[in-house]
Structure formats: C-alpha cells, structure tokens
Design a protein around this ligand. Sequence first.
Ligand SMILES: [Fe+2]
Length: 204
Amino acid sequence: MPLEAEIEQLHRKYAPDDQAYELVFTHCQIVAEIAAWCAEQVSEQVDTKLLRAAALLHDLGSYAFYHADAPKRFDHKLYLQHALLGAKLLSDEGFTEVAAIVETHSLLGLTKQEIIDCPFPLPARDYVPKTIEGELLCYADCFHSKKPTFNDFDAFLAGLKQTLPHQAEKFEEMSKRFGIPDIAALAKKHNQPIRSDYTYTKPK
Ligand SMILES: [Fe+2]
C-alpha cells in the first residue's frame, strides 16, 4: 500500500506540469474525502486505508490527457481509457491492490455487455468493482469533476437516465447504500461551483 508521501510523488512523477498536478490531485483528494464519508454510512467492513489510497490515485492515468502535445486533449472517447492506463501505471509501480480498484472506476463500473452495447472504446470485458472499496470509489467520483466542479446528485442522476439508464440504476442503488453527500457544504468548503446540468455524451 503506498504511503501518503509516495502517493504525492506518483502524482508529481506523472503530471506534465504544475497546473495539471493541482487539478488532478485536488480532484483525487476531494473524491477521497467523499468516499471516506460514504464509507461511514455503511455497516459493511471497509478497508479505509485502501479506499483512501485508491481514491487519491484513481486518476493517475488522466495525466496523459493534460500533456500539451496530447493529440486529442479530453477526447471523450479516449478519456474513458484513463482508468485502464492508471491501473497499468500503478501495477507497474508495484501497487497491484490499488491498481485493481482503479481499473474498474469508470462510471459505476461497466460490464462487458454495456461496453458492447454502447459501444464504449474499451476492450470488451467486465470492469466491475469486486470490492466495496471499488464501489465506493466509483460512487464518490460521480460527485466531482475536474472542471473543477461538484456534481449535484439529482442532476447527475437525471443526466445518466437520459443516456445510460443502466448506469442510472446502479447510481441510485449505490446512493441507498452509501448515502448522498452534502454537495452544497463541500462546494462551499472547497470554493467551487456545483454543476446542475450534467449530461453524459455517449462515445460515437
Ligand atoms: Fe475521477
């Protein structure tokens, strides 16, 4: 399990510049904060250290999209692969337990059938969290975007319902287990706006 100092070093190692580091690492810290709150709402046993490490590192693969010479910066289609890339980097760094959680953090977890049906630009296999820590990461990540903005629960759910109804079902189910974080309070604390018009554009 990586220590906090190692986590920061990994961000420094893969961030192309200070701006990207600040944006991605801050997002990861906010997601870790939300995930920790959600973990307190469940009766199941949660490995909070593993959850925190995974949340703090979950978007390590997104730095590739912040390079000035990235060919298609924030190409929605390619960006979905950041979870796979992050998992590969973390696995190569020796953090296999964290890598497994990071690999399944796209949306609320994607099944092979969802990838084929959409279709999502990912190798067609299951990317479904196998642990509660993995589920908590998926769920917590929905409430904050690297714009940076917070996502309102109802707006996020409505956006998913429009384009990905199966994901909306998963999000709603998880909210019953993990609670709904106080996004207004978090937005105030971090001095960031709340996005109330979430839409998920399907990859074409
Ligand atoms: Fe994220």
